[in-house]
Design a protein around this ligand. Structure first.
Ligand SMILES: [Zn+2]
Length: 247
């Protein structure tokens, strides 16, 4: 009887593990599009609305379920809306106002901005969460390259972050010089409560911040559709490396 119960538990566990989705979250929202190039022609929100679907496709092609979230309302620009629809983006329809901080519904002791995405990922029983962003050091073009960051939650995120870093170094070496993993948590950054909430739920989480929209080399690269898709697939490759190692 005991052996039977163990078997049932194991089969159930495998089934749950197999269906727990990778959650991708499009950074920012239609009403606050995040960092932009100095000329305003490219911003991180629209970029990831356009290419999150490519990350998702690559993860699904490797045999893992994947869901894309966005914490704001649906985009209003037609091509951006079409890309989000094609990727099946789940709009959480709860825009954050002015980076206001609020408690997690699951772990109210953790307070941060962007918490609605973390809470939804916890609702879904996410296998891991990848927050898709582009970085910036200011409103002017900068010529000196700044090292990219893969931010992770402190307890559970670093093996996933290391895999994505390794994929970046392997696939995009000239654009990944100095790329490094950086834990983020309350204490390291006041608004980082959403990373703590995911840690509390035992969910590895990373924030992709390895490209800068005020770096001309990075932006020239990102503007070409084939390159943007290569970046999306490189992130996915790192996630899939981690998934296959953690099975
Ligand atoms: Zn951002």
């Amino acid at each position: 009887m005991r052996a039977l119960l163990v078997l049932i538990f194991c089969l159930f566990g495998v089934a749950v593990g197999a269906t727990a989705p990778v959650v991708l979250d499009i950074g920012h929202q239609s009403t606050a599009s995040g960092a932009a190039t100095p000329d305003g022609s490219l911003n991180e929100y629209e970029f990831w609305c356009t290419y999150a679907g490519e990350v998702k496709s690559a993860i699904e092609e490797a045999g893992y379920p994947c869901v894309v979230l966005n914490r704001g309302m649906a985009p209003t620009k037609k091509p951006i809306l079409a890309a989000c629809r094609a990727a099946g983006v789940v709009q959480l329809n709860k825009p954050d106002k002015g980076a206001k901080r609020y408690p997690s519904t699951h772990y109210p002791e953790h307070i941060g901005c962007g918490m609605v995405s973390a809470d939804h990922a916890i609702d879904l029983g996410a296998r891991c969460v990848v927050f898709l962003h582009l970085n910036s050091t200011g409103h002017k073009w900068q010529s000196k390259p700044v090292a990219g960051l893969i931010i992770c939650n402190r307890k559970f995120g670093s093996p996933l972050a290391e895999r994505v870093c390794a994929a970046m170094r392997r696939e995009l070496p000239s654009l990944s010089k100095g790329i490094k993993v950086l834990p983020r948590y309350i204490g390291s950054q006041p608004s980082a409560g959403w990373m703590n909430a995911l840690d509390a739920a035992g969910i590895p989480a990373i924030v992709f911040e390895a490209f800068y929209v005020n770096n001309r080399t990075h932006v020239d690269f990102l503007r070409a559709d084939a390159n943007a898709r290569k970046l999306a697939r490189t992130i996915a490759a790192g996630v899939v490396d981690w998934l296959s190692q953690s099975e």
